[in-house]
Design a protein. Structure first.
Ligand SMILES: Cc1ncc(COP(=O)(O)O)c(C=O)c1O
Ligand SMILES: Cc1ncc(COP(=O)(O)O)c(C=O)c1O
Lengths: 135, 412, 412, 135
């Protein structure tokens, strides 16, 4: 699929009207990263419930439609899920979430930034370090 | 009589890659400030070197080594003439502009910069002309001041002069901004800095490829640029150094070929420029750079500059006539090099670049390795189109068509 | 069943330069320890890169940049497999072995070596694995000890172990001597050094091109080599670094692409390996290195080694049977790589090399960037013949004929 | 001319039996240099007469036949000449002295090393610095 096909209604809508945008106080997890090559930034805050679920989640950041829509969609998807679920998240899950099968190497980093941020935060919270395969 | 203008279509035919189709579209390569494409003559020079002369220069007495030495020296002489250096030994081969600037940092800076010294930079520097000085300053306890820009995207010369009054030890600035295209008056800045007692470093990565450069006229102490941004191969660069400055610098990389003698107790250094060229030299890169210079000189650097001014003029007209476009930097061609950075509405530059790519138009998007400038402009990123000898007005038209598509997708 | 041996004539046909005549004679290239010739596939890979994919990798979202990134990453993966590195991020591109060793000096050494630390080297090091450590030691007030060699030209392992008892901070040694051909037991030395608490640096410039190398088996902290000595273009090299060591190292070159963020107040670093790759990457060099690895793997590194052992064996027999020849270094092929240094009577090696050149035979003469070793051997220079995949027994015969001529001229 | 033609009787004789080999004490000029790429070394000592002539001259060093024969021949040629004569010495003079018209770039450095050493010494003695064109 061509990379510009990604710019469908759905994504542009999430980009223009991001769900779960903002900050969360208090929070249990806070994680932030940027894509050094393009400058996309995403910060995610999570409130964890006593049974280790994502009780609430917010993101903020700046960047392209793909990185920001992806972050917004991910927060929607993650809400209510157990932290363990985050560990299992894969590139394929994110592509499916965005409704595409491929993005090309240049833009995939934009799409995956929020997953990386969320994983880093969750692993840190769970006391484990981020595994290589997820970097 | 005005010199005949450059024949972009004829030039285009010399660049095999420009026949490539991208997503079924003609490749319109407008990412020249990042790296340039290579004419057949440069690719052939590289192949020819490997199929005819390849050896270690300087070190062997056998025929190939003699030939490698000859082509290597000849390339250095070509560079010397191209930038009008006074001496052969003032031209040092490096692996690129970044490497060149690091050579100045480690070679001259680490030896001569002291605690409380002032280093003056400008806000329009590329990271390669910022980070080495930040690290040097941190190491020595020196202080850095950044000269800002005016609303028009020109250097704030008043502020520059103010800082000169504080007797800086080092002044490093870009000859031409890789984001705004702003051309700084290198001669004037160097003269002020010299009067203030500073050592001057000119980042010429974006000027040497695009305009006649004369290091003796500019009267700088160091000047750095990359081969790959001027039709030459990757992995080769130059640092010009005034002889006295090179002589008072210490080696940067050390090892084979930069020494006179090595004993278990210590070593002594080779003559200039070899003192700064440790390890097996990149003869291929030097030969490629020589061939690139030949190509540019055959076109004529004045015509190269004229051609880019024409394109810039045309592109600025088109862009300013288009809805939603904000252009950064100087608006008059003679003030700027063939680089235009802009934004379209609130569309993120990456999204623009992706959409343009679908149309075969290659541009850069992001911070262009100049984050402090991007911050100063109050934006997070920009889209950049940059021109070179093979670009034509048709390429600008393709750019405008592709931008119109982006506008449609994002409903602007 | 023994693997089929390498077909040197078939291999020769892949190297266009070997068809060259020198002074009317067939070129017999025996200067491979200095630099190697390039097979057509490598030259074509370089041309192909420039005519199909050339762009700045990592930084653009346009198609060419994506392609450049892909070929660049693919080359890094090839290197990773070739030396069996555990991780992609442990393979850092540099401009050559000298640059690699300087990266370790500035990146790891400047941060971790302190006054009174002990640095252990061997007397058989190339200048590139001596001078950086001498400069580091001088800067930090550290001490250097050189391990000597035995009469047979082998490392004095007893002395090495003695020095390990003094808990050195850094141990740097060559895997294979570029003068004697001595192959050091890198695994054993690294294991001793590690037990002693030292960080280990292996100069593999002469081993990676000639034998299967496994950094995990050797268990070193850093390992350096050059592309141009293994069929790849000039201007590209590798430093392998164990992840923990790279992580605790500071940047060497700084500038574009090695940063995460740059502000006027300072900068943060990019992830490994990019933290060590400032400036526009040499994609061409990486692609050429990838093609060279493909070529070597198609031959099979075991067969490459076997072929050189055969040649060394043959050459040693011939040389030892010839009057007036003194050979330095280990005499049994399995102890040495395809490098032979020798002298003929009291004829100066330069004179020998000149006379050999007249016969089309290219050898090196001099101190081979290893002056301490040359001093240790009690000579002022030596003639060196070094082999690679395209050399044959006929080449050795030509060498012997040319040496006979030298003997006649000098009446020996 | 081919580089091995240089190995004629004459040069080999000077190499085997160098004239003016050794040290000179006392001396007024002492100068030494080496060719970093090949390791040739030449040191020259000169006794200057009151009227600024080369009263006596010796060299020693190590290196190839060309560098050592050239040094020896140069000392013979220089003996008795005014210091000013040294200033005028050129590459062509050395080639003529060696009886050859060309040596190729690799070996010319060997041939010229002793001239460089002598000039450096003489310029130093005369208080001038070595000019670029002679380097
Ligand atoms: C053992 C050894 N180490 C290091 C080097 C330096 O390699 P380069 O000159 O490619 O940087 C060489 C070759 O010159 C060598 O033989
Ligand atoms: C103004 C400027 N300076 C320095 C550089 C660094 O050049 P290189 O990446 O070739 O080392 C660049 C290009 O990236 C540049 O545009």
């Amino acid at each position: 699929m061509s990379s510009s096909d990604i710019y469908r209604e759905l994504i542009l809508d999430y980009y223009r009207n991001p769900r779960n945008f903002g900050k969360l106080d208090p929070h249990d997890i806070e994680s932030r990263d940027s894509n050094p090559l393009c400058g996309d930034e995403v910060e995610i805050q999570v409130k964890v419930s006593p049974d280790n679920k994502i009780e609430d989640i917010r993101f903020h950041g700046k960047g392209c439609a793909i990185s920001q829509a992806s972050a917004s969609m991910l927060t929607e998807l993650a809400k209510g899920k157990p932290l363990e679920w985050v560990k299992e998240l894969s590139k394929e899950d994110i592509l499916k979430m965005l409704g595409t099968s491929d993005l090309g190497p240049a833009r995939i980093k934009c799409a995956l930034l929020s997953m990386k941020v969320l994983k880093t935060g969750v692993y840190g919270y769970l006391g484990a370090s981020l595994e290589d395969s997820d970097r | 009589m005005r010199s005949q203008s450059l024949d972009a279509e004829g030039v285009k035919a010399d660049f095999p890659i420009l026949k490539k189709k991208v997503h079924g579209k003609r490749l319109v390569y407008l990412d020249n400030a990042a790296t340039t494409q290579k004419p057949r003559s440069v690719v052939d020079a590289v192949s020819g070197y490997y199929t005819k002369h390849n050896a270690n220069p300087h070190r062997g007495v056998h025929q190939l080594s003699i030939e490698a030495t000859e082509v290597f020296d000849e390339s250095r002489r070509k560079v010397m003439r191209f930038i009008n250096a006074a001496r052969f030994e003032e031209v040092v081969f490096t692996s690129g502009a970044t490497d060149s600037l690091n050579l100045v940092r480690y070679g001259w800076g680490s030896k001569h910069i002291k605690g409380d010294d002032l280093i003056v930079l400008t806000i329009m520097e590329h990271h390669s002309n910022i980070v080495p000085w930040q690290l040097l300053a941190a190491e020595k306890g020196a202080r850095i001041e950044f000269v800002g820009i005016t609303k028009e995207g020109e250097l704030d010369e008043g502020r520059f002069e103010e800082l000169m009054a504080e007797s800086p030890a080092l002044v490093a600035f870009t000859h031409c901004s890789n984001v705004l295209g702003t051309i700084n008056d290198a001669k004037k800045l160097c003269s002020s800095a010299k009067r203030a007692g500073a050592t001057t470093v000119v980042d010429a990565a974006q000027s040497v490829p695009h305009m006649k450069t004369d290091v003796q006229d500019i009267d700088c102490d160091f000047l750095a640029f990359s081969g790959h941004k001027m039709l030459a191969p990757m992995g080769i660069g130059i640092v010009y150094g005034r002889r006295e400055k090179l002589a008072e610098a210490q080696p940067y990389r050390s090892g084979g070929d930069m020494i006179k003698e090595v004993h278990t107790s210590g070593a002594t250094w080779n003559d200039l420029p070899y003192k700064f060229e440790a390890g097996t030299q990149n003869v291929e890169g030097a030969v490629g750079l020589g061939a690139a210079i030949d190509y540019l000189e055959a076109l004529g650097m004045d015509r190269v500059r004229q051609h880019e001014e024409d394109l810039l003029d045309y592109a600025l007209q088109k862009l300013e006539g288009a809805p939603g476009i904000t252009v950064y930097g100087p608006k008059r061609p003679s003030d700027g090099a063939g680089v235009i950075s802009f934004n379209l509405g609130d569309i993120h530059p990456h999204d623009i670049a992706s959409i343009l790519d679908e149309e075969g138009v290659a541009v850069r998007s992001g911070h262009h390795c100049a984050q402090p400038l991007i911050e100063e402009l109050g934006i997070t990123a920009a889209t950049r189109a940059s021109f070179y000898v093979y670009n034509s007005r048709e390429d600008v038209d393709e750019l405008m068509n592709a931008l119109a598509k982006a506008r449609r997708i994002f409903c602007i």
